[in-house]
Write a protein that binds this ligand. Structure first.
Ligand SMILES: CC(C)(COP(=O)(O)OP(=O)(O)OC[C@H]1O[C@@H](n2cnc3c(N)ncnc32)[C@H](O)[C@@H]1OP(=O)(O)O)[C@@H](O)C(=O)NCCC(=O)NCCS
Length: 228
């Protein structure tokens, strides 16, 4: 039985027997490493982080718990204090997961990607290489953010419109390579932000944005109204 047991490797560490820990890994106090966790060489796990947490859904959720999957933390990746990385998630090397972040089941974080303080990355989200996401963002299940994107703080992608006749179908948001999303932007369900596009701070994006275009406002558009 592969249960959590106390381990002497770090203060108050709880660790399953099958956890694989590479060379030069540092582990803080009060860390929990669930079955199937693999920590790549040089990874740093800060105090109170939980890795490989089994799938759980709240009462009333339509999502079914999934079976425990291996959870891979890439070489030299940092997992911040009190971050939770769920079963089946994985990061490439040199990734960064901020303090208090939640990375849900099966999410994929690319090499050198960064997810800031208190972000939520939903199940099966994909975050590309070199993409940097600042603090307090939220991405529902299935969101795709390709490589080299810059996402400001408090950006939220939405999963359902609540609208019976919305033009944009519910579905995952896709942010293409090199796009930049300003602070506090709301991305409505199903929109695609084209490669290299820019979205101004505090915009609500209700339609897909063409590659290379700059949009701003609510609803976000390329038009800028100037007085005089
Ligand atoms: C949208 C943005 C890229 C436009 O930059 P820009 O092309 O240099 O635009 P300007 O500053 O010349 O502004 C052009 C017009 O757009 C307006 N505008 C600029 N940003 C806006 C925004 N976010 N929402 C609504 N209108 C905006 C300006 O008021 C100006 O209108 P005016 O001429 O009538 O006064 C930029 O303003 C922005 O929002 N960047 C995001 C910054 C951010 O959130 N960074 C996060 C990481 S810290």
């Amino acid at each position: 039985m592969n249960e959590l047991k106390k381990s002497d490797r770090a203060p108050y560490l709880m660790c399953a027997d099958d956890v694989q820990i590479g060379d030069d890994v540092s582990i803080g106090a009060y860390v929990v490493l669930y079955p199937g966790t693999r920590l790549g060489r040089g990874a740093r796990i800060e105090h109170g982080a939980i890795i490989g947490r089994p799938s759980q859904s709240n009462p009333g959720s339509v999502a079914q718990p999934t079976v425990q999957q291996p959870t891979d933390i890439g070489e030299r990746t940092i997992v911040g204090a009190y971050a939770i990385v769920c079963s089946g998630a994985m990061t490439g090397p040199d990734a960064y997961i901020g303090d208090h972040a939640l990375i849900r089941e099966g999410a994929r974080l690319g090499e050198r990607s960064s997810v800031g303080f208190s972000c939520t990355v939903g199940s099966k989200c994909v975050i590309g290489e070199n993409t940097r996401i600042q603090g307090f963002c939220g991405f529902p299940a299935g969101t795709i953010i390709e490589s080299d994107c810059a996402i400001g703080p408090y950006v939220v992608a939405l999963a359902t419109t609540f609208s019976p006749n919305g033009r944009t179908p519910d579905g995952p948001v896709v942010v293409r390579q090199g796009a930049r999303i300003g602070s506090a932007v709301q991305l409505m369900p199903g929109v695609e932000i084209g490669a290299g596009a820019t979205v101004g701070a505090a915009s609500v994006v209700t339609r897909s944005v063409q590659p290379g275009m700059t949009v701003r406002g609510t609803p976000a558009s390329a038009n800028v109204t100037r007085d005089g």
